[in-house]
Design a protein around this ligand. Structure first.
Ligand code: TRP
Length: 393
């Protein structure tokens, strides 16, 4: 028997000191092997190289298809419950990188319904966040010919019929066992909606390998969807998953949450705000006095500014290693490391914000990314719906 674990990870609650390996035992997912890492596109992405995406289900069919120039897709979505922070955006930049490297289709669903069921916020507020978050997604710069953005309540003509079909395949006891007892029947139904998201590229384009790169708390949704896909009623493959650790919060390891009191670095923060948040709040692995730091050195493993650089914001492996080295031996001070991290993060955000401000109206920008009528019909047909349920032909 493993020692008792003191952490909770579900799509609706992340608490405690997460043991990422033991979580895999609980979920039944596997480590990403070094052999699998080498089959990602070259040049490799730091998120893969550095084990931020550390685990997977069925990643091989996706890598095979990507390497053989066969159809393949990625689904990674957003629950618009608030402004986006830096922890939310990295799967999307990763998806864009893969799209550039392999030409993968990318589907980006927005679960405004899910967040309405889950949070104490009006639909109006959620819709506001949806629009704001959509601008952030558009700023990433996906190829409109190979990218589709879906908003659950705005694309209900396709999402609802499919979710209805999939809901019939899932029992309430599966939902209870997978997520804990839901607070309302909306959340009981929602897993069928997220399953719809994950199967949508195949329902539109035909059977092919799909990969879902997401934080590990979303794995239960993938599991439920894989069970639905296995039922063989639909001509789809089970989607695979590429699971990431959580970007550390400023206060220390664990999930960076936008819902509690600790400040997160928002995608809209300017240079001054970023620097200020890091100086004031970022947990340091340095010593209490400069003298002690110079003589004993700091600990990059628990230092949040270092971790942020390592996870996402410093691409160069040599630079990352050099920083760790100098920090350990005490020549790099905690304050200096903070300034360096703030500089990198602010630089990243400024580029992101410049692309966001260059966008036109949301409706106009989004139109190139929405499902076409033909694509909507194809998906509905796959789930057994007639083209127009109201007119008999
Ligand atoms: N449920 C996700 C969240 O809360 C958002 C989401 C919706 C998603 N559909 C998805 C994530 C599909 C990955 C794939 O953040």
């Amino acid at each position: 028997m493993p020692a008792e674990d003191n952490f909770t990870v579900t799509p609706y609650a992340v608490k405690g000191d997460i043991n990422y390996d033991r979580l895999l035992d609980r979920f039944g997912a596997d480590r990403l092997t070094s052999e699998q890492k080498t089959r990602f596109p070259d040049p490799s992405h730091p998120l893969v190289r550095r084990d931020v995406f550390y685990a997977q289900r069925d990643v091989d069919p996706f890598l095979d298809a990507a390497n053989d120039d066969k159809p393949h897709s990625i689904v990674t979505g957003r629950g618009p419950s608030g402004p986006m922070h830096i922890g939310h955006i990295f799967p999307f930049y990763f998806a864009k990188y893969l799209q550039e490297q392999t030409g993968t289709l990318v589907y980006i669903p927005f679960s405004d319904d899910e967040k309405y069921f889950l949070k104490n916020k009006s639909m109006d507020e959620i819709s506001d966040y949806t629009r704001q978050n959509l601008r952030d997604l558009l700023a990433v710069g996906f190829d409109p010919d190979r990218t589709r953005i879906i908003v659950d309540t705005a694309d209900a003509d396709v999402v609802y019929p499919l979710a209805t079909a999939f809901a019939k395949e899932v029992t309430q006891s599966t939902v209870d066992a997978t997520y804990g007892e839901p607070e309302n029947i909306g959340l009981s139904f929602y897993p069928a909606v997220q399953a719809t998201h994950l199967l949508l590229p195949q329902l539109v384009e035909g059977r092919h390998p799909t990969l879902v790169p997401i934080a590990v708390d979303q794995d239960p949704h993938v599991r439920v969807c894989r069970d639905i896909a296995a039922k063989k009623r639909y001509d789809v493959r089970k989607p695979g998953a590429l699971l990431s650790k959580f970007l550390p919060s400023l206060e220390g390891p664990g999930k960076m949450s936008s819902s509690d009191d600790a400040p997160s670095i928002l995608l809209s923060d300017d240079r001054e705000t970023v620097t200020d948040k890091i100086r004031t709040y970022a947990f340091s692995g340095g010593r209490t006095s400069i003298e002690e730091h110079r003589s004993k050195g700091g600990n990059p493993e628990i230092d949040v500014p270092f971790q942020l650089l390592y996870y996402f914001f410093e691409e160069s492996d040599e630079r990352v290693e050099q920083l760790a080295e100098e920090y350990r031996e005490g020549s790099l001070l905690s304050g200096e490391l903070k300034e360096f991290a703030a500089e990198r993060i602010a630089g990243f955000l400024e580029a992101h914000q410049a692309r966001r401000s260059a966008l036109g109206s949301l409706e106009e920008e989004l139109s190139a990314y929405r499902l076409t009528e033909t694509e909507r019909q194809a998906a509905r047909r796959q789930a057994g719906y007639p083209d127009n349920a109201l007119s008999q032909q």
